[in-house]
Structures are given as structure tokens and as C-alpha cells.
Design a protein around this ligand. Structure first.
Ligand SMILES: CSC[C@H]1O[C@@H](n2cnc3c(O)ncnc32)[C@H](O)[C@@H]1O
Ligand SMILES: [Zn+2]
Length: 430
């Protein structure tokens, strides 16, 4: 058995306490063997002066949208999508998606993210990139039917279902899948009625954008006579394995539905602020027992994929939304950064204990902005940055050692992405 020990650091345990310990990993099995004092593996990673945390989990992204980072800023969701993003995405090639995904994966690894959920197009390219980069992911092909004729809509839906069936368990089990209708307004009711049962038969979860803006909620209430998540429940899209992105404009009845169903909500504070979509009632959802995770959304509405930025944003806006400085405290944020999001998206990750997948990050603490070390949970929630990550490990494999990413060639990824982005934007603006 090949073993790896992470030594000399402080370790963040699942109950939120921090203790001085080493971590021993079975690299072939990809599991944590032990957390305790004086553990020696065949290979060693130095964590002295650092905090060993579970790898961060990004519960909602469109990883290849890195190519559109900074392309269309300062607009609200509807006009951003309709006037800029969808026309540009109409020009995307499979190669663009691969190159954009590689850039996003590189950024995630550098920021300590080891698992994520992603909805996009050309998903086999993303499978391949994830396989080689070494992360864990739940992936799905995003379906939009509103702009298509019946044949085009069905093809899109079949693609999503077929992708979910074919790739579940890929990359040695690191890839799971989901059926991913884009939202409750961009996929027609007749299609959801037909395909949701098919997703259930295939045994895959369902992931979609929900209650992101007022403009998305109003037509559902007007056309269907119920709130969006009641509509989702009618369609059978609110099951314990399902998860929705955003959940900004949810009322008390919908919070109750989410809590009762056990459906996860992935909160995307940076995207919600940038597009001025609104403030999600995170504290209310937590109090009601909803599984709330965290996600970046795509780099075109964020504009980065740093989960540590997301954590700080979630804490700040969570307090503002609740008008209560004690709301969404650091301990809850750190849970959301790690195992709560893993639970929301149905991946086994985000905990640092014996017998679980070895998905970890080591954060350098000896930095001015992380000194003094009164409370390391507070440092993680409010003060740490992606650039403080020293090592990243997923499934027992070292993806980044001493800030050098081992599974992707950083210079080449940056060069290919810059070229692809320039060409994409030129085509989109032709
Ligand atoms: C059909 S693949 C996914 C689709 O979603 C678009 N997208 C990116 N960010 C958001 C957001 O915040 N709300 C709704 N849709 C979003 C992305 O550009 C793709 O077209
Ligand atoms: Zn999204």
C-alpha cells in the first residue's frame, strides 16, 4: 500500500474543532487511514505552520465559463444572458469547453477546491479534463428548451439523460452525474413531466437554477398559480438527492418544502451580488434545517472560482440579509465550505476523519492577514485567500505541492485559454 502523511500541521476536524495532528492516507484506496500524532507515510507533505482542512466543495459552477471572465460585467441576469453570454456560448466549440474547463480546474486546485458540481455543454470534454486534473465532480449537461423546436428540445433532454447514465462512476468513481434542466422557466413543463421520471429511473439526481431573481419567480407564480418550488415539487423535482442553485427569492413556504424534502440549496453569494439578483435568506434556511451549500457559479458572474472568497461573501451577506451580526457565523460558513456542500450535492467529501475520501487542502497560516491565530475557524471564514493554499490533495493524490500544480501544466493552460477566449469573443462579435 502506498501511503502519504501530512505532518506538522493543525487539523480541522468534522466537529469544527482544531487540533495538532498528522494525517495518514492510503493513496491507492484514496482514503484517510488515520488522524493522530506522529504518523509516517512513505511520502510526506509538510504542513508545519499550516492548517490541514477538508478540500473545499464548490456546489454550483459552469467551469468552462472562465473563457468569458470579464467579458460582460455590470448587467442583471436576464440581459447578461440574453445579450452577451448566450450569443457567445453559441460560438463555443468542444475544444473551447475543454480549454476553459482546464483553466477553471487549475484555478480550483490552486484555491484548495477538491470537489465541485458543474452544469454546461460538451460535457465529455469536462469529464476528460476532470479525469486528468484529478478532482472529484458531479457533472451534467444543461438543458434549455425554450428557444428550440420540439426535436431540438428532445435532443437536448436526451443528451442530458444519456450523459448522466453513461458517465456516472467515470474517472475511477471520482465523477458522478445528474440530470440538469437549466431552470424552471427555461425548460417547458411538458418536457419536465416526461423526463423527470426518466431521471428517477436512471437513478441520477436533478440539479437546476431556482428562485434566482424576482423576474424568474413572477412568471411562474402568474402562469402556474404557485411558488416556483411548489411547482418543482409538483413535478417531482424536490427529492433528497436533488439540489438547486441560488434559492434567493424563497418564501417561508418554500423554505419549509426544502427542509421537509431534504433538497439541497447551493448559495452563490458573489454571483447574486454581482448580478444584483438579491440576498438569499441563508440564516432562515439554516434555522429551518435546509442543507445549504456554497458555490461560485461561473467565472463570468463572480469573477473568480475561489471558495474562500465565496465563504467570506456568504458570511457578510448572510448577516446583512438577516440584519443580524450573529447570523451565518464562521462555524456554519466553514461547514458550508466543506461537508455541507458535499452533502447538498451528494458527494462523499468535505470531512477529515478515518475511512473517508482523502480530499484535503493545507493553508499557510504564517501570513500577515492570518496573524494572530486566535481562532482558525474564523481565519478560514473571514480572512484566508486562495493564494494561501500550499497543498491540494484529492482521492489521495497530490494535485498541488508547495503551490505547484502537478496534474496540469499551468503556463500551457493559461496560454491556450487566452488564445481560445480571444478567438471566441471575436467570433461572437463578428
Ligand atoms: C445550459 S448550461 C448552463 C447555462 O447556465 C448559464 N448561466 C450561468 N450563470 C447563470 C446564472 O447565474 N443563472 C442562470 N444561468 C446561468 C450559462 O451561461 C449556461 O448557458
Ligand atoms: Zn449557474
Amino acid at each position: 500500500m502506498a501511503t502519504l502523511s501530512i505532518t506538522g500541521g493543525q487539523v480541522l476536524l468534522p466537529d469544527g474543532t482544531v487540533t495538532r495532528a498528522d494525517v495518514l492516507i492510503d493513496q491507492e484506496g484514496g482514503e484517510i487511514l488515520e488522524v493522530g500524532p506522529d504518523l509516517a507515510g512513505e511520502e510526506t507533505l509538510d504542513a508545519s505552520g499550516g492548517l490541514v482542512t477538508p478540500g473545499f466543495v464548490n456546489g454550483h459552477s459552469h467551469v468552462a465559463m472562465t473563457l468569458l471572465r470579464g467579458y460582460a460585467d455590470d448587467k442583471p441576469l436576464e440581459s447578461w444572458l440574453q445579450e452577451d453570454i448566450w450569443p457567445a456560448e453559441g460560438e463555443l466549440t468542444a475544444e473551447d469547453v475543454r480549454v476553459g474547463a482546464e483553466l477553471g480546474l487549475l484555478e480550483m486546485i490552486k484555491g484548495g477546491t477538491t470537489a465541485f458540481a458543474d452544469m454546461y455543454f460538451e460535457m465529455p470534454e469536462i469529464v476528460d479534463a476532470v479525469d486528468r486534473a484529478g478532482l472529484r465532480a458531479r457533472l451534467g449537461h444543461g438543458v434549455v428548451t425554450v428557444v428550440k423546436d420540439d426535436a431540438g428540445a428532445r435532443e437536448d433532454l436526451e443528451t442530458s439523460l444519456e450523459f448522466a447514465r453513461e458517465y456516472d462512476g467515470a474517472a475511477n468513481g471520482r465523477i458522478s452525474t445528474a440530470f440538469m434542466p437549466h431552470s424552471l422557466t427555461t425548460v417547458g413543463r411538458e418536457y419536465l413531466e416526461e423526463f423527470v421520471p426518466k431521471a428517477r429511473e436512471a437513478g441520477v439526481p436533478i440539479h437546476y437554477h431556482a428562485n434566482e431573481t424576482v423576474d424568474e419567480v413572477t412568471p411562474i407564480v402568474e402562469d402556474r398559480g404557485v411558488r416556483p418550488l411548489a411547482y418543482a415539487a409538483e413535478l417531482g423535482m424536490l427529492e433528497p438527492e436533488d439540489f438547486v442553485a441560488h434559492g434567493v427569492h424563497v418564501d417561508e413556504s418554500e423554505i419549509g418544502l426544502l427542509a421537509e424534502a431534504g433538497t439541497g440549496v447551493v448559495h452563490c453569494p458573489a454571483s447574486n451580488m454581482k448580478l444584483a439578483s438579491g440576498m438569499a435568506p441563508v440564516q432562515r434556511m439554516l434555522e429551518a434545517g435546509v442543507t445549504v451549500g456554497l458555490g461560485t457559479d461561473g467565472a463570468a458572474s463572480n469573477n473568480d472560482l475561489s471558495m474562500l472568497d465565496e465563504a467570506r461573501d456568504a458570511a457578510m451577506i448572510g448577516k446583512l440579509a438577516a440584519e443580524d451580526a450573529s447570523a451565518v457565523p464562521a462555524e456554519r460558513i466553514v461547514e458550508m465550505l466543506t461537508h455541507r456542500t458535499a452533502d447538498a450535492i451528494g458527494l462523499e467529501s468535505g470531512r477529515l476523519e478515518e475511512g473517508v475520501p482523502a480530499d484535503l487542502a493545507v493553508i499557510d497560516l504564517e501570513e500577515p492577514h492570518l496573524t494572530p491565530a486566535h481562532d482558525l475557524v474564523s481565519q478560514l471564514a473571514y480572512a484566508a485567500a486562495a493564494s494561501d493554499v500550499r497543498h491540494t490533495i484529492c482521492d489521495g493524490q497530490v494535485l498541488m505541492r508547495d503551490r505547484e500544480v502537478l496534474t496540469l501544466e499551468e503556463d500551457a493552460v493559461l496560454e491556450r485559454a487566452s488564445e481560445a477566449a480571444e478567438s471566441l469573443v471575436a467570433r461572437a462579435e463578428e
